[in-house]
Design a protein. Sequence first.
Length: 178
Amino acid sequence: MFQRSDDPVALAVELINTWDELEDPPELLRDAAVLRRLFRRHGFETEARRTTEGDVEAARALRDRLRAAFETSDERKAVGLLNGILRASEARPQLEGAGDVWRLRWLGAPLDVLASTAALSLLEAIRDDGWQRFGICAGAPCCCVFVDRSRNRSRRFCSSLCADRVAQAAYRRRRTKA
């Protein structure tokens, strides 16, 4: 489930999905070590080293604010919510060279960097592909989110695990009725 990714949308989705109804307990963002691993998986080594236990509650609050962009019924509201996260962040953008490529990097406190990176990546996803690509897993009770990047815009589940779980349950129901 947790792989290193240079995709900032994946960082945002992974943070949001640190609350997972299929887990017991559902809180996966238990301590600063988990937050540090999340940073490291996504190439934020400096922020990982600077993360403290005090950042965990702020990360959980950020998670809930980001989730609201998936749960709202309106694209403009989603954009407003994400823009609000950017406005509240004290991180500042800087262009940095990475070999032959230029990358936008946020500088500031670890949670400000996380907030800015996640919010801007989701705003760019809305700009590039539309808010309709934001989804919440159809495999209840799972409530994990995803950004649908399929060609035919048909994704319904957060993972193949949830898709398989729902398919197996439907198969058992059909067998019971037969």
